[in-house]
Each structure stands twice: as C-alpha cells, then as structure tokens.
Design a protein around this ligand. Sequence first.
Ligand code: PMP
Length: 363
Amino acid sequence: NEPVCECNTCYKGPDCSNFIPHCTANADCGDPLFLEPFWMQHSTSSALVVSGWNRMSYTYNDNTFFSQQLERLIHKLHAFVGNAITRNRYIVFGAGSTQVLSAAAYALSLQNTSSQSPTRVVASIPYYTLHKDQMEYFNSEKFKFEGDPYTWKNRSDGTADVIEFVTTPNNPDGRLSGAILDGPNVKTIYDRAYYWPHFTPIPAPADEDLMVFTLSKLTGHAGTRFGWAVIKDETVFNRMVTHMKMNSLGVSKDAQFRAFKLLKALLEEGTGIFDFAYRTMKRRWERLAATISSSNRLSLQKINPQYCSFYNEVREFSPAYAWLKCESEEDKDCYEVLKAANIIGRRGNVFGSEDYYVRLSLI
Ligand code: PMP
C-alpha cells in the first residue's frame, strides 16, 4: 500500500516527504493521480471481484453494448452535481472521451450539407491538441482541421459546414469559455472533461446539444478508458453508436463495470470526492500562485471567483493546469527557461499558442 508520491520524481519515502535534491519536476502530463489518496481511503467500497465466467458476452441482456445500469447512474451523477441536463437525452459510451470525441466529429460531419467540401473543424487557441491531432491523423475526406474559429467569424464564406470544439473549462488555461461561431451550419462539440466542482465553480447545468465527459478527470481513473457523451439529437446518437460498432464493437464491459462501481462508491460519499479534490487542487494552485507572485519574469492566468451552484457559494478558481507566461522578450522559449531550472512543462505551441507560454500540470 505504498502511496505513489504526488510528484514521484522529486519525493521518496513511505510518506513521500523526502525531497530528492536536484531532481527534475515533471509537470508535463495530465495523469490525474492526485485522486489516488481518495481511493486509498475508499478501497473497500470501490473494489471489484470478477470471476472468470462473468461478463463474457459481447452484449448485455437487452442486446446492446451499453450497460443501462451504468447509464442510469450517470444520469444520477449529473443530477447530483448539477453540471449537465441529461433528462430526455441520449448517452453514448466510449473508450475514454478520446474515442467519444472522434465519434462525435464523424457523426456531425455526416450532417454536412455540401458534399463537395470537407467540414471545417476549428478550436480556439489555446486548444487541447487532441482536437487538432485526431482530425489530422484520421485524415478523412469528411473533415479538415482549420485552426482558430476567429479566422472564420464574419467571413463571407461563412455558410460552409463547421464543427467547433469548445473545451470548457479549457485545457490548458481553465477558462469557462463559450463557442465563437454560430449559424445553421455550425455544430459544436463541448468537451466538458473538467466541468466538475474540483476544477471550476459550476455556475449552472450545461445544456448543449453534444457534451462530452470522462471518468479520467472525474474519478482519476484515466487507465480505465471510459468516457461518455450526452446528446440531444437521435440521429447524431445513432451515428455515434454506429461509429462505436465500426471502431471497437462497443465498449469494454470490464471498463463499464469498473466505472459503475466507482461512480456508485463516489455517490455514496456525497460531496466527499469533490471536497477532497477541490481542497487538493486549490492548495496546489495557491502554492504555485504564491511562488510565481514573487517573480516579475513569470505570470499565471487570472480568473475571478464565481458562484458555484454545487457548493452554493462563490468559489475560488482551482484549475487542473497552470498556464504560465514568460513575461520578458528574451524568454521567447519559456519551456527552455523552466527546463534550465529542472521543471518540465508542455510548450505553448502544442496548444497553438506562442512559446512564451508553458502548461504545468497540477493534477
Ligand atoms: N479532453 C480534454 C480537454 C482532456 O484534457 C483530455 C485528457 N487530457 C481528454 C479529453 C481525453 O481524456 P480521456 O480520453 O482519458 O477521457
């Protein structure tokens, strides 16, 4: 039961309190291990035993790939947290939100009204790079990544089919942003991976046409590979289900079972996981902010406190990532500036930004 040290490259010892001098602090990856201590405290209620003969079939008894029990629990979860309206909505599962996001892009690009040109896919800078990388990698004739939506706003060719990815709260800068484009041919995919009370105040339940969530940033179980979409339109839902069938013939039943067990344990604890996770994120953010405030060479993103309907009070900002800026002209390559001090972040250009910026993971 040895805990994994929070920053396992810089601390060792049974309680992770021994600092290793001259170590490299790796703040690059977004692996949400900050939730490990919570699950250590709830190891019995979240444990699974699966016999060899259990869950062998491709499908459930109703002949579908998706567990209805899990679907009901997801409705309950959103109703409890108040972060999304899911009543009378369809829910699709996937192998992480990564698979769900690509299914959504495929499904929406099939609604393209002009069969001549591919659907334009856009995401505001700084964007979560997967939205660009997937589009480029799949290299479909149905869609093409075209950068920042501001480039296409108020353009005379604005009637083209567009898919806008909106990550809110945003990765990397934590902002609760909205869509830039609208119009009859614009479809929006809301990536709501971080729309949980540990990372952001929840001003109101989200009610968009297509919203994507993930277990990874809610419970921290990134390795389970489980995500879901909440969808208003039946045709889009059916197209996403078809995509899942073509892509992986459904979603691992073991992953669905694990997700069920974890969400059940989470709901049994009331606000427990959110209290723990918010405290942890806020503490990390405040320590970093206090450190950076003593420097005029570096700065952090600023976002004002906001009313949170989950906690029924105004809450401070507690983002998953710090979006650090090197303020000086000479520090054009902020990544290298930090690296010289043994701190590994992620370069601004990975998010479509300038290299004056670096993302540091706090999770
Ligand atoms: N969306 C955003 C904004 C993310 O930051 C991540 C993970 N870093 C994902 C989606 C993908 O997460 P997963 O596939 O684990 O659900």
